[in-house]
Each structure stands twice: as structure tokens, then as C-alpha cells.
Write a protein that binds this ligand. Structure first.
Ligand code: BTN
Length: 250
């Protein structure tokens, strides 16, 4: 079991709840939000039986293998800025992973953290009444993945050959989230767009395939627009603005 007392003591003024098992910390966080919990409240679990991923997919959440947690956020943002929360949190968690483990990571717009081309961490932000619930799943000590995920997923253990304590990563992730969300609130969208563009190899000049419903779009990424959407330049010179994820290398 993760040492939640150590985590709480390291993060003053913050409630951190840690469960042995839950269906999804997204649902726990939504319930806490309904109960009026303060912004920054964290709920995590050792194991999720119905972990949620983006686009209705699941999130593999084996016992004590990864970090699975959600935070409740109440931020003074315009509705148009809310997609930027995903990017700010991605930047924060990427920074925390590298600073605590030394493992270099990449960001795949809008919300995946990768080692090389394999996914290490996913972020899911959902509106819940007046709050946002931000869920983060980091693959830490998984030794293997099921066959269908094995070619596209990784863990910190698989990437580095080292079994890692989860507490320092969680503490640093929560601290870095505070810093990056402050940048978003106080300096605005443009500041996060610049940081994301600098940190992600996917924003510009990358050949990709993008799933848009049943359609596959191909092209080269050509930067983010002022709202944080991804520009895709096709080989005929035309451009498509990509509003939601599904980006992968060609
Ligand atoms: C993605 O599909 O990339 C997003 C994955 C988000 C997974 C995390 S694990 C903690 C939180 N609880 C969930 O059920 N999902 C998120």
C-alpha cells in the first residue's frame, strides 16, 4: 500500500484519500465534488476495477502496479480555456516523472505522456457540474502488458529496468500540477501553449495518422492554434484543425 501519510505530510493543506480498491477514482472524485470538497482534493486507489480511459475505453489498473488518482479542480477559467487544463496537467506530470526518475518523456497532443512511442501515462479531464475532475494514470511498476497493449504501452519499470517508489512521483506530480495550473490561470492559454509546443515532439513536423470517427486523416503536424487545437497539414497543402485526440505516428 502506498504510504498516504507520507504523501499528505509532504503536501500541506491538501486532502489526499487513498483507497485499497475502487471502481474508478473519477467516480469517487465526482462524489467528493458533489459534497463540496475544496479544489485540489485528491483521491487515489491501489486498484481500479473499472478504470476509465478516453473515448469510452478502459484503463488497466492492476493492484499496486501504477498510480491511479483523480483531483477535483475548481479554477477561474473561461469555458474555452478548459481544454488547456489537459495540456497543463500533461506538462506537469511529464516534468514530475522526469525530475523524480531521470527518464526523459514526450507529450503527444493533447494528453498522453510517452517514453519513445509507447504510452506511459494518460490524463482524463471531465466536467462535473461546476468542477473539473482530472484523472491521471501512470504506469509505474507493470512488468508486462496484455498482448493488445504490449506494442503501444510501457511502464517506468519496463523503460528503466528499475522498480520505483510511487510516493515521490505522486508528490511531485501534485506540486507540478499546482504550478502549471497557476500559469494557466495567471498567465493564460498562450503561456501553456508555448510550454507544450517546446515539450512535445508531436506538435510540429511529425508525420501522423489521426482517427476522426471512422475516418483516418494523414499528414504532418503544423502547430497549435490559439485555442490549443492541432493543425494537420495534408500532402496536398490543405489543413485540418484537429479538435480531439487519436493522434499516432504514421
Ligand atoms: C487515457 O485514456 O489516456 C486517460 C486515462 C486516465 C486514467 C486515469 S487512472 C485514474 C483515473 N481514474 C480513472 O478511471 N481514469 C483515470
Amino acid at each position: 500500500m502506498l504510504n498516504v501519510d507520507f504523501v499528505s505530510e509532504s503536501l500541506e493543506n491538501r486532502t489526499v484519500l487513498w483507497l485499497e480498491q475502487t471502481d474508478s477514482t473519477m467516480l469517487d472524485a465526482a462524489r467528493l465534488a458533489d459534497g463540496g470538497c475544496p479544489s485540489g482534493t485528491v483521491v487515489g486507489a491501489e486498484e481500479q476495477t473499472a478504470g476509465q480511459g478516453r473515448h469510452g475505453r478502459g484503463w488497466l489498473s492492476g493492484k499496486e502496479e501504477g498510480l491511479y488518482f483523480s483531483t477535483v479542480l475548481r479554477l477561474p477559467l473561461q469555458p474555452a480555456q478548459q481544454p488547456m487544463v489537459t495540456m497543463a496537467v500533461g506538462l506537469a506530470v511529464a516534468e514530475a516523472i522526469t525530475s523524480t526518475t531521470g527518464i526523459p518523456v514526450d507529450l503527444r497532443w493533447p494528453n498522453d505522456i510517452l517514453v519513445g512511442d509507447r504510452k506511459l501515462c494518460g490524463i482524463l479531464v471531465q466536467q462535473h457540474n461546476s468542477a473539473l475532475v482530472c484523472g491521471i494514470g501512470i504506469n509505474v511498476n507493470q512488468e508486462a502488458f496484455p498482448q493488445e497493449l504490449a506494442p503501444i504501452a510501457t511502464s517506468l519499470l519496463l523503460s528503466s529496468g528499475r522498480r520505483l517508489a510511487r510516493e515521490p512521483i505522486l508528490i511531485e506530480a501534485l506540486r507540478a500540477m499546482d504550478r502549471h495550473l497557476d500559469i494557466l490561470v495567471n498567465q493564460g492559454t498562450e503561456a501553456i501553449l508555448q510550454l507544450f509546443t517546446a515539450a512535445s515532439s508531436y506538435v510540429s513536423g511529425r508525420r501522423v495518422v489521426v482517427e476522426q470517427g471512422d475516418t483516418l486523416l494523414r499528414g504532418t503536424t503544423a502547430g497549435l492554434d490559439a485555442s490549443g487545437f492541432l493543425l494537420l497539414r495534408h500532402d496536398d497543402g490543405s489543413q485540418t484543425l484537429i479538435l480531439a485526440g487519436g493522434v499516432r505516428p504514421e
